[in-house]
Design a protein around this ligand. Structure first.
Ligand code: DON
Length: 311
């Protein structure tokens, strides 16, 4: 049996979510300001959802309000590339925590243009490059995958956010050119950056994201029952989420939450309880490392109240 069908249904978690929402302190931290279109989002907002393994979902607060997924999409791009090419990817991107900010350049020269992991921006640019090589339309392929897994055909790029990021995209352009100089990016850089910014701009709500992450709780099995990844590959992605999914705060996230997780500067975080459920929380106030302050608190409370963690 690929996964445990007897796991509790999403509604089982509703009272825990209500307790978390009643106690959460929002408004701490700041909305991402290096992407101007995200700077105006109110840091007080909060939503949280749990999805079960069979497509059931429930939530609290603004769990049906779409927000900018940003770096959370790095998980799905990685999954698609692993499905296309398997372990060859790891010749071009590592799987160690960087201990550095998500947009840092500093390790790349010491480490021959091979980014530390697929979840920092440098590594995600390598992943998007490989997805583009494999499919010819990386961002459209990713959007189609997210629509299918979430069951929401309305998902779309926010082209205003993508343009806003492109207009302030010198850091990502520098990363891409530097990696290309070592031969680990092969596509022309300007269209590659367009795909990367469109990928980051995809708008989803907590329910969409919890559902779309389900294949990682089902050991690689998609929403329609087909297999995207082998059980080992799903384990590998969960492991890299645990060790690298929240950048230079990954140690603290593992300590407090104890689940594979991935954050984005839109204020969302997804977390996976293998064989059980997936969780998505959104609150746009970020700490200095780019992770949602109330989001990490809420996931910390979730694992404390439910006793669910991989440890
Ligand atoms: O490339 C960037 O900087 C953004 N599009 C995504 C960064 C991000 O979400 C980092 N997350 N915490």
């Amino acid at each position: 049996m690929p996964y445990e069908h007897e796991a509790p249904k999403a509604e089982h978690y509703l009272s825990v979510l209500e307790e978390i929402a009643a106690g959460i302190r929002t408004g701490r931290g700041r909305s991402a300001d290096y992407i101007p279109a995200l700077a105006c989002v109110d840091p007080d907002r909060f939503g949280m959802a749990v999805a079960d393994l069979d497509g059931g979902v429930c939530g609290v607060g603004e769990w049906r309000t779409p927000f900018s997924t940003q770096s959370i999409t790095k998980v799905f791009a990685l999954a698609l590339v692993l499905a296309h090419e398997g372990a060859e990817l790891w010749d071009h991107v590592g799987r160690e925590p960087s201990g550095n900010p998500f947009n840092s350049l500093v390790q790349l020269e010491y480490e021959n243009g091979i980014p530390r992991n697929p979840f920092i921006n440098a590594g995600a640019l390598v992943v998007t490059d490989r997805l583009q090589t494999a499919t010819g339309d990386a961002s459209a392929d990713l959007l189609a995958f997210l629509r299918a897994e979430s069951g929401n055909p309305e998902l779309r790029f926010d082209l205003e956010v993508a343009a806003s990021e492109a207009a302030h995209g010198d850091r990502n352009a520098a990363l891409a050119h530097f990696i290309a100089s070592y031969g680990h990016i092969r596509q022309p850089i300007p269209p590659l950056l367009d795909h990367y910014f469109r990928q980051c701009s995809i708008e989803m709500d907590c329910a969409d994201l919890a559902l779309a992450t389900g294949f990682l709780a089902r050991h690689g099995v998609r929403a329609d029952g087909s297999r995207l990844l082998s059980r080992s590959e799903a384990k590998q992605i969960n492991a890299v989420m645990m060790t690298c999914g929240t950048y230079d705060a990954a140690g603290d996230f593992a300590y407090r939450v104890g689940l594979p997780g991935k954050s984005g500067v839109g204020g969302g975080i997804v977390a996976v309880v293998p064989n059980r459920c997936t969780v998505c929380v959104w609150s746009p106030g970020l700490d200095a490392r780019g992770n949602s302050v109330a989001g990490v608190d809420a996931l910390d409370a979730f694992t404390t109240l439910t006793g669910l963690s991989v440890f």
